[in-house]
Every structure is written in structure tokens, then in C-alpha cells.
Unconditional design. Structure first.
Length: 399
């Protein structure tokens, strides 16, 4: 693969020499584009020797071959390592006052940055805003690691090790096992309004659904994430160019958004917690004790969204439902899961145990995945990202 490694002016540049070696040893064709400042840390002959290509910092060299855009156009991946606070700010602003800047603007290839700076500079709101801008544009960020920094300080800001950066690069270059697939994932919990200040809701944070969307995008799928009342903090994990987010509030809105999206997807993952009932009427005015009405709110059942999607599925479409249970023991949990999978007519049912202190609002999860004939086809526990990985692997096996 054709990789451009941009090097900006930080002491971690010496570690990038090893990164370039790892990449060339891995069979990649690497062109190094340092900034002038970077050359104060590691000289031009070193970059030419490790990459076995001529190296320049200027847009005025090799003009006949329009090097200032040709490098970016030909690149299949651009890595910026180290990426200083200043270079990250320049990338966020789209500045192109040197060869690295023009190369980054002229590319449509994935971009990976490995920040390196002092902890204070990393934490500064300006740097954080710039990193958020880059992430929004689909730039992948690896690190920074927490550790010893130049000058004896320590904290977040240390450039990730070359092996880790090379691994992240490899993940970006290899097509994921979900590439070419369109998927829709629901996340969060619905809220059924009672009056302008109250609703019937549940404790689902949307973390597991968001992690499922992020994992699917990372593995190459085109993702629609239907998010029911998911906070901005949680949704930040789903910032990815291949993820489209549709925000909904009530079960009816969620049902409509899922039906619309499912019409053109290969896989439906229904991770949202849907309110089983909604108030028959929603009051335009706040219900008060003197007016009454709060003690006897009349409820009506919401339609089962995932069961309807399963009944009307497109040929070959895979449908996955979730269940959060509070069983006496594991046998009862699996029994309930098997019954629910049958009743809803879905391919897989992912069940997890919830309680006052587990499942909801947590960053960790533990699940069993129940498939055809009630067989447990996968189990997973750990971070919600790790659990998402195992669930997609189980779904992938079905195809
Ligand atoms: N679900 C749905 N529409 C509903 C209720 C639930 O699509 N109106 C989906 C959920 O998103 C989840 C699965 O069905 O994927 C199981 O949800 P759960 O609330 O456990 O199912 P219920 O059928 O409500 O079962 P229970 O009898 O345990 O309440």
C-alpha cells in the first residue's frame, strides 16, 4: 500500500523512524513528508534512508509532477506522527502552507494522527476542540498515551508506540468483515410523554447500541444509528463518516425511523429499550395534584417494533433483538431469552442481566447470544465495545 507519513516538530519524531521501518518491512511503500520543524529533530538523510524515497518539505520541489497534490492523491493512507498541538490546529483549520498541509488537503485517503505534546497542551480546550473537529471529519486518532514526557513531566501526551500506530494503520487498510453491508442499530431508551414535564422512561444510556454502531462502522459497514434520548457524551463514540445518526424520542418515532431504515439494510440490530406502554393521552398542561390525573394514568400498549420488522423482513435480512432481564438464575434468563427469540421471530437474541447496579448506565456488560433452536451461539463480557465486537462476530457467522 502507498502510505504517506507526515512528521511534525516534536521530540517523538525519533520514534517515527521505527514506525517507518515497521511499515516498509510490512511491504508498504512509504513516503515521508516532514515539516521544516521536524527536521530539527531528525534529519532529512535519515528519512530518505528508512523510506528509500527522496524527501522534501517544500511545495516548490518537483513542481513538474505537481508533488504538492500528487502525494495526497496517490496515498492510500496518511499517518501524521507525531502530530503536535500546532499541526493538529493547522489540520483542523485546513491550512496548507507546506508540503504536508497541501498533501493532507489533496487526499481522500483515511488519515490517522498520533498526537504528542505536553499534557497541558493536550488538555487545552483549543486542542480538544481541534481533535473533535478532526474526529468529526473521520480522522482516526491513536493515543496519546499517559506516561513520561520530555523534561521529566508526565501525563497524557506521550506519542503511542510505533507498534500500536502500525497496528491502527493496518486496521484502517484492511477491508473490514462488514464492508459492503448496510446496517441499522437502535440505541437508548424511549420516553413516552405524560405532560410537558414528565415522561415514562427507562435507564438505558444507549452505550451498548452506540458501541455496536461504532464497531460496525470500524468493520466497514454503512450504519444508521437510531438514537432514542442518548446524551451527546455517549453519542460522541459514534462519530464516524460511515455513521448517520437519527434522533428520536418516543416508541412511535423509533418505530417509524427503524421501519424507514430497515427497508434498505441487510442487518437490523434492535438494542434500544422500548417502553412497552404509553399514556393514552398526553396533557398539554402539567398535571397537578389539585387537577388530578397523575395517580391513574391510563396506558396503552406500544406495538412490538422488532417483531413487526421480523415479520416484514427483506429476503436474507438478519434481525437481532435484545432483552434485559432480572432472572433468579442463568437458567431462567436463558429460558426467557429462548422464548422471546421465538415470539419475536428474530435470528439472534442478545440477553443480559440487569439490576440496580449492573447493565444499565454501566460501561461494562455481560451477554449471552441465543440463536436458532435456542442454542447459545456466543457469550461475551467486558467493555461495551468488546461486547459489541463479539456480537458482530456472531452476526457475521450467520451470513
Ligand atoms: N421491543 C420492540 N418493541 C417494543 C418492545 C420491545 O421492538 N414495543 C424490542 C426491544 O428493542 C428488544 C426486544 O424487543 O430488542 C425485547 O424487549 P423486551 O422489553 O425485553 O421485550 P418484551 O416483549 O417487552 O418482553 P417483556 O415481556 O419481558 O416485557
Amino acid at each position: 500500500m502507498n502510505i504517506v507519513v507526515g512528521v511534525t516538530g516534536g521530540i517523538a519524531a525519533y520514534k517515527t523512524v521505527h514506525l517507518v521501518r515497521l511499515l516498509t518491512k510490512g511491504g508498504h511503500d512509504v513516503t515521508v513528508v516532514p515539516t521544516d520543524d521536524a527536521l530539527r529533530f531528525v534529519g532529512l538523510p535519515t528519512w530518505e534512508a528508512v523510506s528509500r524515497h527522496p524527501v522534501t518539505t517544500s511545495v516548490h520541489d518537483d513542481v513538474a509532477r505537481v508533488r504538492h497534490v500528487a502525494l495526497g492523491q496517490a496515498a492510500e493512507l496518511i499517518i501524521v506522527a507525531p502530530a503536535t498541538a500546532n499541526s493538529i490546529a493547522k489540520m483542523a483549520a485546513g491550512l496548507a502552507d507546506d508540503l504536508l498541509g497541501t498533501t493532507l488537503l489533496a487526499t481522500e485517503a483515511p488519515v490517522l494522527v498520533a498526537p504528542a505534546m505536553h499534557a497541558e497542551m493536550w488538555r487545552h480546550p483549543a486542542t480538544q476542540a481541534n481533535i473533535a473537529t478532526l474526529r468529526d471529519r473521520g480522522v482516526q486518532v491513536v493515543g496519546p498515551a499517559d506516561g513520561e514526557l520530555a523534561g521529566g513531566d508526565s501525563g497524557p501526551g506521550r506519542m503511542s508506540e510505533p507498534e500500536e500506530i502500525a497496528q491502527a494503520a493496518q486496521a484502517l487498510l484492511s477491508p473490514g468483515d462488514l464492508s459492503g453491508l448496510r446496517v441499522v442499530v437502535s440505541a437508548g431508551g424511549t420516553r413516552e410523554p405524560i405532560d410537558p414535564v414528565r415522561f415514562l422512561g427507562n435507564r438505558s444510556s444507549g452505550r451498548q447500541g452506540t458501541a455496536l454502531a461504532a464497531e460496525a462502522a470500524a468493520r466497514g459497514a454503512a450504519v444508521t444509528l437510531v438514537a432514542a434520548n442518548v446524551s451527546g457524551d455517549v453519542l460522541a463514540a459514534a462519530r464516524h463518516p460511515s455513521i448517520r445518526i437519527v434522533k428520536v424520542g418516543t416508541a412511535q418515532e423509533l418505530g417509524q425511523a427503524m421501519t424507514d431504515a430497515a427497508a434498505s439494510t441487510d442487518i437490523v440490530v434492535m438494542a434500544a429499550a422500548v417502553a412497552d406502554y404509553r399514556p393514552v393521552t398526553t396533557s398539554d398542561r402539567k398535571l397537578t395534584k389539585d387537577v388530578g390525573g397523575l395517580a391513574g394514568i391510563e396506558l396503552i400498549e406500544n406495538p412490538d417494533i422488532v417483531a413487526a420488522l421480523a415479520r416484514g423482513r427483506r429476503p436474507g435480512q438478519i434481525i437481532v433483538a435484545f432483552a434485559a432481564e432480572t432472572p433468579e438464575d442463568q437458567a431462567e434468563m436463558l429460558e426467557r431469552a429462548r422464548g422471546k427469540r421465538e415470539r419475536k421471530g428474530v435470528d439472534l437474541l442478545v440477553v443480559n442481566e440487569v439490576g440496580w447496579d449492573r447493565g444499565f448506565e454501566s460501561t461494562q456488560n455481560a451477554v449471552h447470544v441465543v440463536g436458532a433452536e435456542g442454542a447459545v451461539v456466543a457469550t461475551a463480557s467486558g467493555s461495551k465495545a468488546a461486547v459489541a465486537g463479539a456480537i458482530w462476530t456472531a452476526i457475521r457467522r450467520l451470513r
